[in-house]
Design a protein around this ligand. Structure first.
Ligand code: FES
Length: 106
């Protein structure tokens, strides 16, 4: 399944992901600039902050417990579609997911 990452400068990167993989892991393993994932997905860093594209916000769902607290520490503006990409797990109905990247994670 595919995930499209759109950077703050509009650079677009499309990567392959497998079912159950987090969006953060798919980004990091494909060297997508703009997702750091420093804590490895343990919800301790907020360097995997992303903005889910409006078209996909319903499918990915709202922030999970604890995400909004951690997003308060994010380096970039937090928006209604902000998510920690380590908390979004790929599944069949998310094939084609589009996420936007903040201009900074640190
Ligand atoms: S990778 Fe650290 S909170 Fe997502």
């Amino acid at each position: 399944m595919k995930i499209t990452f759109i950077a703050a400068d509009n650079t677009t990167t499309v990567v392959d992901a497998v079912e159950g993989e987090s969006v953060m892991r798919a980004a990091v393993s494909n060297d997508v600039d703009g997702i750091l994932g420093e804590c490895g997905g343990a919800m301790m860093c907020a360097t995997c902050h992303c903005y889910v594209d409006d078209e996909w916000a319903d499918a990915t769902g709202p922030q999970e417990d604890g995400e909004s607290d951690l997003l308060d520490c994010a380096a970039s503006e937090v928006r209604p579609t902000s998510r920690l990409s380590c908390q979004i797990r790929m599944r069949a109905d998310l094939d084609g997911l589009v996420v936007h990247l903040p201009d900074s994670q640190l």
